[in-house]
Design a protein around this ligand. Structure first.
Ligand code: C2E
Ligand code: CA
Ligand code: CA
Ligand code: CA
Length: 279
């Protein structure tokens, strides 16, 4: 038994070493990626459910790793957050997304709202407002065409401070959306205290709402509550026609999901816009 215990120990330790090594090498290459600009953005259209037209896009970061190929954000965002690399990376994302949106407008395409995800570290940066303002100035994008997506747990930490930042952003004409709404445990009372324009209903509820009556109730309740508080709703992860029917029946304003389009390159999005693709 003693022998086996030892083997077990060696087994786990070897496995642990591999994981530590993997993490370390990922961290090293993440540093290099920030320096060498190995990131790129994909854009997923948001569609207005009344008009059926593209009314916005969400910028989603991709890491084009020289050996590993495209690395999913789910893999490197948490590491970037932990190491603080999210700050320079996030600034690059914001600048690139705003510049791209201005370029589409200058090309005469119908104007879109550009949604950008902000991580906790970025939201808590002392100079967040100045950074956003500077990027808008530099790129020439009007603030009404930028929207920032924040998760509810992020906003709930230090609620008073958050409220002040959200008010500042809103006063400058930048809308804020709560991302993955319904997955946090926060008290709902913050919704009426914070200047939040949009709720993005998490894809977990959308996925099952046409089969699971509980999820259907949740989605209907979220939409009704949002409207009562003067907010709009955006459904994420829409993959099926029956989900669109449900959302239209319940007056959800916008949808985003594979049913309409996966996240695509700037070039492909430009094509979708130019051809006037509708639902
Ligand atoms: P998120 O903000 O909730 O973004 C939505 C995710 O759902 C995206 O995954 C998108 O590709 C995926 N998705 C969209 N439509 C569908 C659908 O119909 N079905 C399914 N199954 N999935 C769909 P992605 O691009 O892998 O991004 C994952 C997460 O990484 C994002 O979740 C966001 O939290 C984070 N992320 C991405 N880009 C950035 C960024 O620039 N900054 C920060 N801080 N986080 C980012
Ligand atoms: Ca998002
Ligand atoms: Ca989301
Ligand atoms: Ca998510």
């Amino acid at each position: 038994a003693k022998e086996q215990g030892k083997n077990n120990y060696q087994f786990y330790s070897a496995e642990m070493n591999t994981r530590v090594f993997e993490r370390l090498s990922l961290e090293t290459s993440l540093h290099r990626a920030v320096k060498n600009q190995e990131f790129m953005l994909h854009y997923q259209p948001r569609v207005d459910l009344r008009s059926g037209q593209i009314c916005g896009v969400e910028a989603l970061v991709r890491w084009n790793h020289p050996e590993m190929g495209l690395v999913s954000p789910a893999k490197f965002i948490p590491l970037a957050e932990e190491t603080g690399l999210i700050v320079p990376m996030g600034e690059w994302v914001l600048r690139t997304a705003c510049a791209q949106n201005k370029a589409w407008q200058d090309a005469g395409l119908p104007p879109l709202r550009m949604a950008v995800n902000l991580s906790a570290r970025q939201f808590r940066q002392e100079n967040l407002i100045e950074m956003v303002e500077e990027i808008l100035m530099e790129t020439g994008l009007a603030p009404q065409w930028l929207e920032l997506e924040l998760t509810e747990s992020l906003v709930m930490q230090e609620a008073e401070k958050s409220a002040a930042i959200l008010r500042d952003l809103t006063d400058r004409g930048i809308e804020v959306a709560i991302d993955d709404f319904g997955t946090g445990y926060s008290s709902l009372s913050y919704l009426k205290r914070f200047p939040i324009a949009n709720l993005k209903i998490d894809q977990a509820f959308i996925r099952d709402m046409t089969r699971d009556p509980d999820d259907a109730t949740l989605v209907k309740t979220i939409i009704t509550m949002a409207h009562g508080l003067g907010m709009k709703t955006i459904a994420e992860g829409v993959e099926l026609a029956e989900q669109i029917d449900f959302l239209c029946r319940h007056q959800c304003e916008e949808m985003q999901g594979y049913y309409f389009s996966r996240p695509v390159t700037a070039e492909e999005l430009g094509r979708l816009l130019a051809e006037g693709k509708t639902l």
